[in-house]
Design a protein around this ligand. Sequence first.
Ligand SMILES: NC(=O)c1ccc[n+]([C@@H]2O[C@H](COP(=O)([O-])OP(=O)(O)OC[C@H]3O[C@@H](n4cnc5c(N)ncnc54)[C@H](O)[C@@H]3O)[C@@H](O)[C@H]2O)c1
Ligand SMILES: O=C(O)C(=O)C[C@]1(C(=O)O)C=C[C@@H](O)C=C1
Length: 303
Amino acid sequence: MSFDKVAIIGLGLLGGSIGLATARYLPGVVTTGYDADPAVRARAAELGLAGTICASAADAVTDADLVILCVPVGAMGDAAIEIAGALRPGCVISDVGSSKQSVLAALNKALPGTTIIPAHPVAGTEHSGPDAGFASLFHSRWCIITPPEGTDSALVDALSAFWSALGAKVDVMSPRHHDLVLAVTSHLPHLIAYTIVGTASDLEEVTRSEVIKYSAGGFRDFTRIAASDPTMWRDVFLNNKEAVLQMLQRFTEDLTALQRAIRVGDGDTLFDHFTRTRAIRRSIIDEGQDDARPDFGRGDHED
Ligand SMILES: NC(=O)c1ccc[n+]([C@@H]2O[C@H](COP(=O)([O-])OP(=O)(O)OC[C@H]3O[C@@H](n4cnc5c(N)ncnc54)[C@H](O)[C@@H]3O)[C@@H](O)[C@H]2O)c1
Ligand SMILES: O=C(O)C(=O)C[C@]1(C(=O)O)C=C[C@@H](O)C=C1
């Protein structure tokens, strides 16, 4: 089976990119879109982010066989409540949220008896809004599908095929495991970036203009991440609290160990640690997981 009519709720970076990618790679699929913000709906219509931009969420989902919620994770429940009475029988509900356990719980609560198959394309940039979307966002990126136990495998296969058609590589895992893995690979790095950029801007002996003027490679990369959408990331931390706190505890212990090595002049510990982390970076590149596109994530891309 495959999905012929896809409704996209939330037309920012992710929703817009899904609409553009569907038009490009699945031209036979009909798309509808809705965003709670009228200005976003108007811009989405100008940019052609979906075939039809609807005036209500209920209108957008009426004929859909797949609905993808592309709103901040804290807004998933409300977005689902808005479409509850308008879904046609057999419609599959999915999403793109960065955390999965709380989203699944919110969707189950709002849409009892509906087939819910959460997903998370691990692809994005620090930009948000309808102008940030582009069709190639998902190329060679992982999309993690987290079906609840007992989900019809034909529907999971159909959702996998949809994401593969948009260029993604698909993996399936439990919502709980997803949240633990992403806590260390995505959520903690964002928290660290938000912290270090804030720390640098609060220093008394180093002026803010010096921080901006002398921000060489390392700090500059942190500022890119720290420019990510505040609403999205507030919601991620509030919704993946336990896994993030678990990883943060472990990180703090490891940071303290390196702090001690610096204080006591233990060069071997520092050297061994840096050698191990360099090997991890090299294996990411060997697996083709590095951004192949020059300047990807800095606002420039091939579209
Ligand atoms: N930005 C990334 O890098 C990235 C990557 C992967 C997944 N995600 C996830 O994708 C989701 C969307 O993120 P984004 O970057 O596209 O955000 P975005 O800010 O670009 O777009 C979100 C849109 O949702 C709309 N919205 C909010 N509440 C709504 C509601 N109840 N009904 C309809 N529309 C509503 C907003 O008006 C906004 O236009 C989030 O859950 C995020 O965690 C983001
Ligand atoms: O490249 C970036 O700007 C991102 O932060 C993208 C990123 C990530 O951490 O990898 C951010 C959040 C998402 O849920 C998925 C992808």
